[in-house]
Design a protein around this ligand. Sequence first.
Ligand code: ATP
Ligand code: MG
Ligand code: MG
Length: 351
Amino acid sequence: GAVIGILGGGQLGRMLSVAASRLGFICHIFEPGAEPPAGQVAHRVTTASYDDEAALRAFAEAVDVITYEFENIPTSALDLLEGLRPIRPGREALRVSQDRLVEKNFLADLGLQTAPFANVETRADLDAALATIGAPSILKTRRFGYDGKGQARIMQDADADDAFASMAGAPSVLEGFVNFSHEVSVIAARGLNGEISCYDPGENVHKDGILHTTTVPANLKSPQRMDAVLLAAKILNALEYVGVMGVELFVTPGGLIVNEIAPRVHNSGHWTQNGCVVDQFEQHIRAVVGWPLGDGQRHSDVEMLNLIGDDVDQVPEFAKEPNSAIHLYGKAEVKAGRKMGHLNRRTGPAN
Ligand code: ATP
Ligand code: MG
Ligand code: MG
């Protein structure tokens, strides 16, 4: 079997490693942090910084294909790795998703709806952006934001100073506030041969900026469901994407608005582990090694509940539930806001 290199050793890398092992592949993790959750299940771990060229080279030479569980891989590391082994999904997906401004322009160029947006690098840029977009709006750092971090809400023009200061000089985008009825996401996969398979959209509820629950089926009418899947496919085709992607959408009376894309397996796709024959992790591994995509049809209705921080204390109670599957990430230290695991509750057969 092939050896799969995974950049990043968090829970996504861990669940990718489990799926890869089940298919007979060997996984090799590259992760700067000590004791990565994926290290407990992968076959080999390299603990080194992304500046360490010798370590990156040795990692690449020991694997057949490289994939990743997070999008913020330094460009210098990608340049080095790309010369040695295929990186899937490819560089274009990373270039687009590493910077919110590039991402928004890419989506708009595809003819998809986004929130109104403007680049903000100076305080004067912010005033100009507010003059056209107005409040309420959200200032978001262009790079490295996740779980709602690096965002400041501007409810009225007077909030602009604080919002600008909170970016500490980092380039950002101002986004008009979207008055959505709810949020959904599409987990979509594209194979090496260009075939596409999308999971049924899930409906997402966030708490304190972090995903709280994903419910399938989402509250969508069938034309909206069709729209969601078609727009996801359009994005994957445009990027000549190989692997699984998460596409976050706002549902509005004026149609679906794309919030952001994640070029990797996605927290809002964890329900597929217990709702589909082939889950998002196996699907991603199939894609990156060039296998045909598997059966991603939903066989069950599922509610996924994230276990954040202390929530994990309730696992003994959850374990008594008859229709639940528990997934824990093997993180020793419980911290507020830290993703410790998730619960997939099967709520019935797919209707
Ligand atoms: P993730 O962990 O999903 O990567 P993130 O830090 O990249 O999160 P976003 O997805 O941009 O952040 O925003 C987090 C949440 O904030 C969204 O899911 C949505 O609930 C809300 N939000 C973001 N942008 C807007 C907007 N323009 N209008 C209204 N709500 C928004
Ligand atoms: Mg994000
Ligand atoms: Mg998001």
